[in-house]
Design a protein around this ligand. Structure first.
Ligand code: FES
Length: 349
């Protein structure tokens, strides 16, 4: 069992007691320290949020942008700045797969091995890259160029099988194209992703995820990220349907609301005459105006008298009911009147 590198208390603070550490001491010694500049940038992130602790996720990306993983030093910095315990920070850092538990290579290569990608060759790609790099899932090649991981669905199933490098997409890969891609990365090249922004590296993209743009201004960012893109596979079904003159069948269900029904409901103004507060009156009105069970459930959930009878002044709830507890259909007091009927065996109906 090992603790995290760089800190004798690492395992205890991040709950990573079972995580093997395979980075060499030389690699760890080369990690840049978190500086005063890092701390100032962490505070800059915190200032973006009404509640400082909401800044934890981008702050963890900031730590990764410096050290390539969420180090014990980074956990401590976030905890100090946010007034959290290291255990609380560690609990967040270990929940999300985007936060790395050991130093990451220059690039992070993620191969989707989820269902659709896998049947179209994703697992073969993963196996080939694993053999080329001499590593398995979540391990880094000896030259430090690439960390390889398998990933769950990357939300690009229409381009399966997909590989991402530092979260940029390389669509419709096969074993050979993926091997070429990784070979180019190891040579220090940055092949352009199929879509989206140009490739950075793991620390660069971590800095962007922390909210520090690599672009000089919004216009340059938009030009790079929103480059023209042909969404061919995404729209192929739509185009085929157009060619064939196919349309979706009309949806069953309630008739479309009339124009009048779509008018915003008149605001119900609390009268102040019911003995309730204006907030309670307004909440009653929202429950009464609900159009469907889901809307009503939401309105009831938000009602200040939640669980009581709506529309009753406080202090009179329940007291005035004529219905004895235990006989109201659908109330919690009601026990089952009889045992539920036994299901009829198949063929006996
Ligand atoms: S299954 Fe691979 S992107 Fe969805």
């Amino acid at each position: 069992m090992s603790s995290l590198p760089g800190s004798p208390e690492g395992a205890a603070t991040t709950g990573l007691v079972d995580t093997p550490v395979d980075a060499s001491p030389e690699t760890l010694a080369q990690l840049p320290p978190l500086t005063e500049q890092t701390r100032l940038e962490a505070r800059e992130i915190m200032a973006r949020y009404p509640q400082a602790r909401s800044a934890l996720l981008p702050m963890l990306h900031l730590v990764q942008s410096v050290q390539g993983y969420v180090s014990p030093e980074g956990v401590a910095l976030c905890a100090e700045e946010l007034g959290l315990t290291k255990a609380e920070v560690g609990a967040v850092a270990t929940f999300y797969t985007m936060y790395k538990r050991r130093p990451t290579g220059r690039h992070l290569v993620s191969v989707c091995t989820n269902t659709l990608c896998s049947v179209l060759g994703g697992q073969r790609i993963m196996d080939a890259l694993s053999a080329d790099l001499g590593v398995h899932h979540d391990e880094t090649a000896a030259d430090g160029s690439v960390t390889l991981e398998h990933a769950e669905c990357l939300a690009a199933c229409d381009y399966a099988p997909v590989v991402t490098v530092d979260y940029e997409f390389y669509d419709q890969q096969d074993v050979e194209s993926a091997r070429e891609l990784v070979a180019a990365l190891r040579r220090g090249e940055k092949p352009h992703p199929t879509r989206g922004a140009p490739l950075s590296d793991f620390r660069g993209i971590s800095r962007q995820l922390a909210g520090f743009s690599q672009w000089a201004d919004d216009g340059s960012a938009a030009a790079a990220v929103d480059a023209p893109w042909q969404a061919g596979p995404t729209l192929i079904g739509v185009h085929l349907a157009e060619e064939r003159g196919e349309t979706a069948p009309p949806m069953s269900g309630p008739a479309a609301p009339s124009a009048a029904a779509e008018e915003p409901r008149e605001t119900v103004r609390p009268s102040g005459r019911t003995g309730q507060t204006p907030g309670e009156e307004a909440a009653d009105a929202r429950v009464a105006a609900a159009d469907n069970p889901a809307e009503r459930a939401g309105a009831e959930q938000a009602h200040p008298d939640r669980g009581a009878e709506y529309g009753q002044p406080r202090g009179r709830q329940r007291a005035g009911t004529d219905t004895p507890a235990g006989t109201e259909p659908g109330t919690s007091e009601q026990g089952p009147a009889t045992s539920p009927p036994s299901p009829t065996p198949p063929g006996k109906a």
